[in-house]
Design a protein around this ligand. Structure first.
Ligand code: SF4
Length: 253
């Protein structure tokens, strides 16, 4: 018993000092994708929907569709895409994830009334609508001693009737669409919706499959898009705190 106590004291505080300070991410962490030389990019050769051609003929980088794979960085874009170490990439709009360079329009705070309601206490219902389980694993990690989501007043609840909003993971396949819409309706208004991961934003790696969807349907308004496959817990935390107005607005680097 004494040994246990000694070890525990030696370990000290394990909780991340985020948002005051961000502990160094590992070197292999793949953060916000950056398009280095747009002139050399070849959207037709990209292995995912990360790159497309815009109306102006220029390549458009869709961070919401990014799978954060080494293949995306190395092949399709002729090596012009690289991953930065920036974990901040959650946006309030789908459009905010599209740009020529990879710059993301970071999430904006909810209006004053919503911030007054949810800023210090937010209950969320998680809906896995056809996912691989990776995004849910990161949502679970948010509750561990390192990220400790509850210290910000945010908790997951078991019933939509007890929730202020929902977190959607997965492509929203045809079998889950009605369940998702019913869950949304069961949450008392006003409510917020958070789409987590490439699947919930744009169908992810399953896009194009007859049994998969293309993300949260238009019938459900999304307040926060969190890119990743799966997103890092810090990306989720950063997006959530920005939405709740608890982080200062700043441009992406
Ligand atoms: S975004 Fe990636 S990790 Fe998340 S459910 Fe889809 S495939 Fe799995």
């Amino acid at each position: 018993m004494l040994d246990l106590l000694r070890t525990r004291l030696k370990q000290g505080t394990r909780t991340s000092s985020f948002p005051r300070r961000t502990d160094d991410l590992p070197a292999r962490f793949r953060g916000l994708p950056v398009l280095g030389q747009p002139g050399n990019a070849d959207p037709s050769a990209a292995p995912s929907r990360l790159l497309s051609t815009g109306a102006d003929g220029q390549p458009v980088l869709d961070v919401g569709a990014c799978l954060f794979s080494p293949e995306e960085a190395g092949s399709g874009a002729s090596g012009t895409i690289s991953y930065s170490s920036d974990y901040r990439m959650a946006a309030s709009t789908r459009q905010g994830l599209l740009s020529h360079s990879g710059e993301v329009e970071l999430a904006k705070a909810l209006d004053e009334r919503m911030r007054r309601l949810f800023g210090r206490s937010l209950r969320l219902r998680s809906v896995a609508a056809g996912s691989c389980g990776g995004c849910e694993a990161e949502l679970v990690a948010l509750g561990n001693v390192v990220f400790d989501l509850a210290r910000f007043g945010v908790q997951f609840v078991a019933s939509p009737r007890h929730a202020d909003g929902m977190v959607v993971t997965g492509t929203v396949n045809p079998n889950m669409r009605l369940a998702l819409e019913k869950t949304y309706e069961a949450i008392p208004a006003p409510r917020i919706v958070i789409a987590v991961g490439a699947c919930a934003i744009a169908g992810g790696p399953f896009r194009g499959s007859a049994v998969a969807g293309t993300g949260v349907p238009d019938s459900i308004p999304v307040d926060l898009y969190v890119p990743g496959c799966p997103p890092h817990p810090l990306t989720l935390l950063d997006g959530l705190l920005r939405l709740l107005g608890r982080l200062p607005a700043e441009p992406a680097q």
